[in-house]
Write a protein that binds this ligand. Structure first.
Ligand code: NAD
Ligand code: UD1
Length: 341
């Protein structure tokens, strides 16, 4: 049985991936500093899977702590690296904190892995690496040398660092997973997205309008070059995304090299498409107001998902309606998220 260290495993995507890994028979070890998550999510992973696992409350910036995890668990075969800060707007006002946490944190992890001869890693990258100048759909071979914000640049830079790690030592197996827009929740309604404060992203905001926590959704612009004028994105069910990690981890177990792979559905949905699908799921009308465009937004992007199919034999299965049903189920059962956690 293989053992996977999951950094950031208490977070939104990490928690869903832990469930899939446990269900598939992997041993997992989770490392998280709870900077953007709560211990309750770990208890819920155990509840869903009926399995327990080792957890380290540790910061990736603390090299001694990271080394200790590998010292105490020589059976670790691979790492899935989710831990990072992810709020685009915050990264613009706190660039030093974002570069330090995401890049230094990744360098510490790579150092500890190298010391312990663990050379398989699956990294959480983002469609944001495609920047603003590429045509859609985004294909993995497109240039990724531009971004619009420090968060995006941390992903561009970490991808480069990992490519250089492989260039220096061909024993590494590296998967750079470029996520599109993950939304939804586990079908149990036990785990889902629980952002701190006012949500920045569309889906958690809609969830909070549906639970009555927010009065209305602000739709950021209806004059984009899209069918209904609102922004179009490639929304992917977080459970599909989690299953993509399972495929990627199996792939890095068997193949050396470095591969960037899109994880998306290949289909675009507008802000109003998502809002109306959510209304259907929760059975009520959700108020919205058209607002000015948000700085830095682009009209439309979605994935070319074929490489994931070819390499991993993975493709997204769930529809927007599934994402809204499961997202509503989580929001309804957990109107205050994980609470005090
Ligand atoms: P999340 O914030 O829910 O999870 C990240 C986890 O990492 C949190 O539990 C946080 O406490 C932990 N963490 C952060 N810095 C750490 C550190 N220095 N040491 C230890 N733990 C630390 O975010 P998520 O949505 O689950 O995203 C996971 C990864 O996927 C991130 O790297 C994110 O940038 C990337 N990603 C997310 C999206 C998205 O829409 N959610 C899209 C593309 C890429
Ligand atoms: C954002 C990030 C991106 C990151 C991704 C996933 C920006 C500019 N980009 O992508 O780097 O990888 O999240 O975390 O922040 N919208 C509204 N009202 C809202 C919120 C959003 O109308 O209250 C619209 C947006 O204008 C956009 C769409 O909904 O058209 C999706 O927005 P969001 O969920 O924030 O994701 P992205 O902007 O695609």
């Amino acid at each position: 049985m293989s053992t996977v260290l999951v950094t950031g495993g208490a977070g939104f995507i990490g928690s869903h991936t832990c469930v899939e890994l446990l269900d598939a028979g992997f041993n997992i070890i989770v490392l998280d500093n709870f900077s953007n998550s709560k211990p309750e999510s770990l208890r819920r992973i155990e509840k869903i899977s009926g399995k327990s696992f080792k957890f380290y409350e540790a910061d990736l910036l603390d090299l001694d702590a990271v080394n200790r995890v590998f010292d105490e668990n020589p059976e670790i075969d691979a790492v899935i690296h989710f831990a990072g800060l992810k709020a685009v707007g915050e990264s613009v006002s706190k660039p030093v904190e974002y570069y330090h946490n995401n890049i230094t944190g990744t360098l510490m992890l790579i150092k500890a892995m190298r010391t312990h001869n663990v050379k398989r890693i699956v990294f959480s990258s983002s469609a944001t690496v495609y920047g603003v100048n590429n045509p859609v759909p985004y294909v993995e071979t497109m240039p990724t040398n531009s971004s619009t914000n420090p968060y995006g640049y941390t992903k561009v830079m970490i991808e480069q660092i990992l490519k250089d790690v492989y260039a220096a030592d061909n024993e590494w197996s590296i998967s750079l997973l470029r996520y599109f827009n993950p939304i939804g929740a586990h079908s149990s309604g036990l785990i889902g997205e629980d952002p701190n404060g006012i949500p920045n992203n569309l889906f958690p905001y809609i969830q909070q309008v549906a639970t009555g926590k927010r009065e209305f959704l602000g739709v950021f612009g209806n004059d984009y070059d899209t069918p209904d004028g609102t922004g179009v994105r490639d929304y992917i069910h977080v459970v599909d995304l989690a299953k993509g990690h399972l495929c990627a981890v199996k792939y890095v177990m068997e193949h050396k090299g470095v591969e960037a792979v899109n994880l998306g559905t290949g289909k675009g949905s507008s802000v109003l498409d998502v809002l109306h699908a959510f209304e259907k799921a929760c059975g009520k009308e959700l108020p919205y107001k058209i607002m000015p465009r948000r700085a830095g937004d682009i009209d439309c992007y979605y994935a070319a998902p074929t490489k994931a199919k070819e390499l991993f034999n993975w493709e997204a299965k769930y529809t927007i309606d599934d994402m809204c049903r499961d997202g509503w189920n989580f929001a309804r059962q957990n109107p205050d998220g994980y609470g005090e956690g």
